[in-house]
Design a protein around this ligand. Structure first.
Ligand code: SAM
Ligand code: SF4
Ligand code: F3S
Length: 445
């Protein structure tokens, strides 16, 4: 009988992509994916280290697993992801329940490690071996059957923003060969994918040289555009510094590239951006915004903000508020600065909790009200939705409009994988609700 593996995934889309690739890999050694977390032979926590007490959360999760499996056979306990990379040996020492610690650039070793696993021993794999990892996974077909699917094109980061752990947990920047990415895209499309989101910690820093020709993310977008069965293209997460002319031009030339740009700025103050080592200014950011809006005034933006970065004064914070009032982001992430071990900002003097919370509340008041107003503006209108799936235990369908808003609506399941028109009847902060208008497959955006 096949052994069962359950992966609990935290963090960003890259972790979600990785978890699916781990499932693909371990199939070869007889492990089958299960959604029943209480009855697995192997339990993987794919962790995130970006904020807060990431390490403590992992120990808390292990505590829960211990309880669930108290009267049962202990599953092979694997810690993967960015906390595994950052904490490695320390985790094994502190928690004997952990069997395997494996970092994001060592996933090509997962089958070997599981095959050779001997109970009551511990194993750590945290080398940065990104090339071998992708070479290994290139040989395993990615048949994730989703209508909307992720495709990692780039990993790691060389920018070293002073607040961020990613360069330490994912390692240096690496871009996959263009042909391998296109081959994976072709497999995904043959298998039903209608929307592809290109992924990378710095996705628009993608740079691959072959026969002295440099390929960028714009080349990938142009190539993906040619797949007739593919309806939509997205990418995330991009860095303002890498919003080059060729990528901006894609918004004029590519019909399938969605008019929604997630472009983190972090702060509206140049002083703070400099302290963060962000390598871009507010003016450069606004320039990108204006150029894109000129190409297509319907393009919408979302962003990430770090509140109360050490040194942020009331004036700096007001600069961020002013930016938010100017660019009406339709969806954004905002968090109080969280010191991460090993980063340059880890030891800087923190801004007191009360001020930080007040600032967070203030900025979220604007961000959320823009989001609510934008969603409300769809009420009574007909929006184009790519139908992704049926919502479990409900008779409703789920999909997204061009701006990545969730749309929940009444309609026929036969429309999954198609682009349909949905009449929006009501909205809240996070979603639009409505009814399908016609079931005829529409042309891509
Ligand atoms: N590469 C992207 C960029 O440069 O904009 C960001 C990737 S990072 C995985 C996602 C977001 O986490 C960042 O945009 C930032 O807002 C947030 N973040 C990273 N480190 C943080 C920290 N120490 N405290 C709070 N938020 C943090
Ligand atoms: Fe982190 Fe993004 Fe900065 Fe890289 S560019 S260090 S991933 S925030
Ligand atoms: Fe978290 Fe690692 Fe992604 S720290 S945000 S899982 S790259």
């Amino acid at each position: 009988m096949a052994k069962k593996i359950f992966i609990k995934t935290f963090g960003c889309q890259m972790n979600e992509y990785d978890s699916n690739r781990i499932y693909d890999s371990v199939k070869k050694i007889g492990f089958q994916k299960t959604d029943d977390y209480k009855n697995a032979d192997c339990f993987v926590l794919n962790t995130c280290h970006i904020r807060d007490k990431a390490k403590e959360k992992v120990y808390h999760e292990i505590g829960r697993v211990k309880k669930i499996y108290k009267q049962k056979n202990k599953p092979i306990m694997v810690i993967a992801g960015c906390v595994a990379q950052a904490e490695n040996q320390e985790m094994l020492k502190r928690e004997s329940y952990i069997d395997i610690v494996i970092g994001p650039q060592s996933y090509h070793k997962i089958n070997e490690v599981l095959k050779k696993f001997v109970p009551d021993t511990q194993k750590e794999e945290t080398e940065f071996d990104t090339i071998s990892k992708f070479e290994y996974f290139d040989k395993i077909e990615n048949k994730s059957n989703k209508v909307s699917t992720f495709l990692t094109i780039q990993e790691g980061c060389d920018k070293f923003c002073h607040f961020c752990v990613v360069p330490f947990t994912r390692g240096p920047e690496y871009s996959r060969p263009l042909k391998k990415i296109l081959h994976e895209a072709e497999t995904l499309i043959k298998n039903g994918a209608k929307e592809i989101t290109l992924l990378g910690q710095n996705v628009n820093a993608y740079s691959y040289i072959e026969n002295s020709k440099k390929y960028r993310i714009s080349n990938l977008i142009n190539e993906l555009e040619k797949f007739s069965e593919l309806k939509r293209i997205r990418y995330t997460t991009s860095h303002p510094r890498d919003m080059t002319d060729d990528l901006i031009d894609c918004y004029a030339n590519n019909k399938k590239l969605m008019p929604f740009v997630h472009l983190p700025i972090q702060s509206g103050s140049n002083k703070i951006l400099k302290l963060m080592n962000r390598k871009h200014t507010v003016e450069e950011y606004i320039n990108i915004y204006e150029r894109l809006k000129k190409i297509n005034s319907k393009i919408e933006f979302s962003s990430d903000f770090i509140i109360s970065y050490p040194g942020e004064t009331n004036n700096d914070f007001d600069d961020t508020l002013n930016l938010v009032k100017k660019i009406k982001f339709i969806n954004s992430y905002s968090f109080i600065f969280s010191p991460r071990p090993g980063t340059k900002a880890a030891t800087l003097k923190l801004i007191d909790n009360k001020t930080s919370k007040e600032r967070l509340n203030e900025i979220q008041k604007y961000l959320f009200s823009h989001q609510i107003n934008k969603n409300r503006s769809f009420q009574g209108k007909s929006v184009e939705v790519l139908v992704e799936n049926r919502i479990e235990d409900q008779l409703k369908l789920f999909g997204r409009n061009k701006f990545n808003n969730s749309v929940i609506f009444v309609g026929d399941e036969n429309n999954i994988g198609k682009t349909v028109k949905v009449k929006i009847e009501s909205t809240n902060q996070n979603s639009l609700f409505g009814k399908i208008e016609n079931s005829k497959d529409m042309k891509a955006a």
